[in-house]
Design a protein. Sequence first.
Length: 299
Amino acid sequence: MPYDDSVPPTRRARPLLLAAALAALCLTTITGCGGSPDTAEGKGADASASPSASASTSPSASATPKASSTAPLPQGPLTGRTVVIDPGHNPRNREHTKEINEQVDIGTGRKECDTTGTSTDAGYAEARFTLDVSHRLRELLQAQGARVLLTHDEDRPFGPCIDERARIGNEAKADAVVSVHADGSAVGNRGFHVILPAAVKGGGADTSKIVKSSADLGARIAGHFVRTTGSAPSNYIGGGTGLDTRDDLGGLNLSTVPKVFVECGNMRDPKDAALLTDASWRQKAAQGMADGIAAHLKG
């Protein structure tokens, strides 16, 4: 699957309190909030966008996250809060397969630096999708006064690697980090899911202090995502809750601040792909995430 690591996911049953939190936020008018009975899982092949112009910037030159401008932020409900948005993958990763296949330390083992991500059958790349939604999400959060940083903005040849993505959020002392993705599963597998960090301790990884807060962040995003987009939780991961816990993702294992991954839909399913390629739906996806983040930060 096209996460920051390429090992298949670990399936885990969700605690009842998370399912309840999601159910409480779901609108009764949204059908499918419990997920489809189809539980077959699949994995799409990696794909990528058309090559972009090469960059001269060294990928390891700086871990400085990218803000949109230096203009003063408006005062709002999120004033004083920092949110890091992590757009999954990089459109230029396909040009640097050797580099992104290099192994990095994720605390409990070693994994590839990054992957290319997936795409729709028509060639719309996940890396393009994640950047677009991340820009929309940044604008919505900044309008509420939040300081928002991106881990990258297509301003480097590849990456950043998964360990650096985690480090950017940690060094920013972010109040919340959201990694934006889209899945690459089998046709018929539909819906979104939010990936939460498992309790992991080993090597340089220790998620013990962020498991609870990340679970709250993820549950709130899932509930608002349903309400705003009309999309049902995944019918193939998470048992209908829209929540999944994993212990094999470096971006989560190495985080010391609340962090989740949001898989907005399945790019390999034509019905989901029609949503993911629609700009108006992408705005709704960004709004749903923004609302969930704000609800978490306002407690």
